[in-house]
Design a protein around this ligand. Structure first.
Ligand code: HEM
Length: 154
């Protein structure tokens, strides 16, 4: 079926304008992304700022970072990645290409202790930012899963 055709006939309460449906009744609210619900870019920038304060305060965690004197690049990359992952702008991909996060973490020895140091700093940052509970739950669940997925050492 050509793409511009509606997938079902118009209901009486709908009018077709060109190739676009314009429902006038019975409108379901658009689902908001976690990115929006969290508060957009300022939320992810704040989260990552707080996270890197935690990294800086933890010498064993900090030791993994290639440019310890200047974490600005790392902050920028993590904030853009998270914003994109949760439905925000796709600037990360434009700047860095496909995330391939596991591959990008191969250079760093991530064992369970390192994973847990990272997670502790990130959980504290989520707590500090205090997003709505359903947003906090999604973020924390994701970080648990993704931090384990980055582990590359026993
Ligand atoms: C939830 C899990 C994680 C996510 C989503 C994540 C995300 C990212 C992203 C997006 C980058 C930048 C990649 C790039 O474009 O080059 C990065 C870099 C890095 N990550 Fe992770 N990471 C995670 C877990 C970890 C863990 C568990 C560790 C170590 C304990 C770690 C250590 C690093 C280091 C050392 C870098 C290099 C910093 C830099 O970008 O200059 N990450 N991470």
């Amino acid at each position: 079926m050509p793409e511009h055709l509606p997938v079902r006939p118009a209901r009486p309460d709908e009018t077709a304008s060109g190739d676009r449906y314009q429902p006038t009744l019975d409108r379901t609210p658009a689902r908001r992304s976690v990115f929006e619900e969290a508060g957009g870019m300022p939320f992810f920038e704040g989260l990552v700022d707080r996270f890197y304060q935690g990294v800086q305060a933890n010498p064993e965690l900090l030791a993994l970072y290639p440019d310890q004197a200047d974490l600005m690049g790392a902050r920028h990359r993590l904030a853009l990645f998270l914003a994109q992952y949760w439905g925000g702008p796709t600037t990360y991909n434009e700047e860095r290409g496909h995330p391939r996060l596991y591959m990008r973490h191969m250079a760093f020895a991530i064992d369970p202790a390192a994973r847990d140091r990272w997670l502790t700093a990130m959980r504290a940052a989520v707590g500090y930012m205090d997003p709505p509970p359903h947003v906090a739950a999604r973020l924390l669940q994701y970080f648990d899963m993704a931090a384990e997925a980055m582990r590359n050492q026993k």
